[in-house]
Ligand binder design. Structure first.
Ligand SMILES: NC(=O)c1ccc[n+]([C@@H]2O[C@H](COP(=O)([O-])OP(=O)(O)OC[C@H]3O[C@@H](n4cnc5c(N)ncnc54)[C@H](OP(=O)(O)O)[C@@H]3O)[C@@H](O)[C@H]2O)c1
Length: 289
């Protein structure tokens, strides 16, 4: 008789699963037996990802596409509504989708693009999916942050992040990644004793498509110089997969990891008052408590 796969019977949702770290994370979770829902905004890339994962995980694997642009809160709400209608429970949520825009961009809803995609979307999606995570009993929320959070300073940078004249892509990106850690800390605190865990991670410097046509020229140059030293998406996805599936971290919550081990985050990322304040701001900005 075949031995059941470790994640058989579990459902995982991975955002930004059409390329890079998210694609490999979704593939590995499917190979471990999870039914995987891929969130992507581009139809062709999502279908290609689905085909790649199906090929790796075999014909019995359940791989589904959810096509949503998560930079808008109303889309996050629609995705959550759909999932709440279709699923009975959600065992694993990987908040992976991320962007590093080179220029100041405001979404239709008036949020700076990296703040909206990298922080507000995970905040809103996780909160809206809490009934499904709760129904799973011991669900895990994994959020992909970055070591770039070390230079983040959310309150002090508010003006730089939100003004076209003063905008710095690095500041905006770093602030959103600092927000990922503070969000995880506050979420873990609020979910204490529920059985749902929340952790976040730095994946390493990974050779992915994070650098796009609109990324700043400086960053493009730095990225291409750094490419030979970067790790592969397979290596970059290891900590996400570990936090989403390894039995030994099933009871750990509110931590920041790198290389599949707890890691040190900046002092600002460990500030409980900041974490609580960010939660209040995020609730105001998204309209979701
Ligand atoms: N690469 C690194 O060295 C590194 C280091 C630290 C942290 N990270 C973090 O790792 C995560 C994954 O990035 P990656 O390096 O794998 O880059 P990537 O290959 O560009 O993957 C990013 C994914 O996010 C999706 N995405 C972006 N904006 C979206 C939106 N509005 N709605 C839905 N999906 C959206 C992208 O979809 P499209 O294909 O449609 O754009 C893509 O699937 C990010 O959170 C990033 O900040 C990366």
């Amino acid at each position: 008789m075949a031995v059941p796969l470790p994640l058989a019977g579990k459902t995982a949702l991975v955002t930004g699963a059409t390329s890079g770290i998210g694609l490999v994370t979704a593939r590995e979770l499917a190979c471990l037996g999870a039914r995987v829902l891929l969130v992507g905004r581009d139809a062709a890339r999502a279908e290609q990802a689905q085909a790649d994962i199906q090929l790796a995980a075999g014909p019995e694997a359940h791989v589904h596409i959810k096509r949503f642009d998560l930079s808008l809160i109303r889309n996050v709400q629609s995705l959550a509504d759909e999932l709440l209608r279709e699923l009975n429970q959600l065992d694993i949520l990987v908040n992976n989708a991320g962007i590093m825009p080179g220029a100041f961009t405001l979404t239709e809803e008036g949020h700076e693009l990296s703040w909206a995609t990298n922080h507000l979307a995970p905040y809103a999606l996780t909160n809206l999916l809490l009934p499904l995570l709760d129904a799973a009993g011991r669900a895990r929320v994994v959020t992909v942050s970055s070591m770039a959070h070390w230079v983040g300073e959310i309150e002090a940078n508010r003006e730089v992040r939100n003004s076209p004249d003063k905008y710095s892509w690095l500041t905006a990106y770093a602030d959103s990644k600092l927000a990922n850690i503070l969000f995880t800390q506050e979420l873990a605190h609020r979910l204490d004793l529920t059985g749902i865990t929340a952790n976040c991670l730095h994946p390493g410097m990974v050779n992915t498509g994070l650098i796009r046509a609109d990324t700043s020229t400086v960053m493009k140059a730095l990225w291409s110089m750094g490419r030979p030293f970067m790790i592969t998406p397979e290596q970059g996805a290891r900590t996400s997969v570990y936090l989403a599936s390894a039995p030994e971290v099933g009871g750990i919550s509110g931590r920041y990891f790198a290389n599949c081990r707890p890691a040190r985050s900046s002092n600002r990322a460990q500030n409980r008052t900041e974490a609580a304040r960010l939660w209040r701001i995020s609730a105001e900005e998204t309209g979701i408590e």
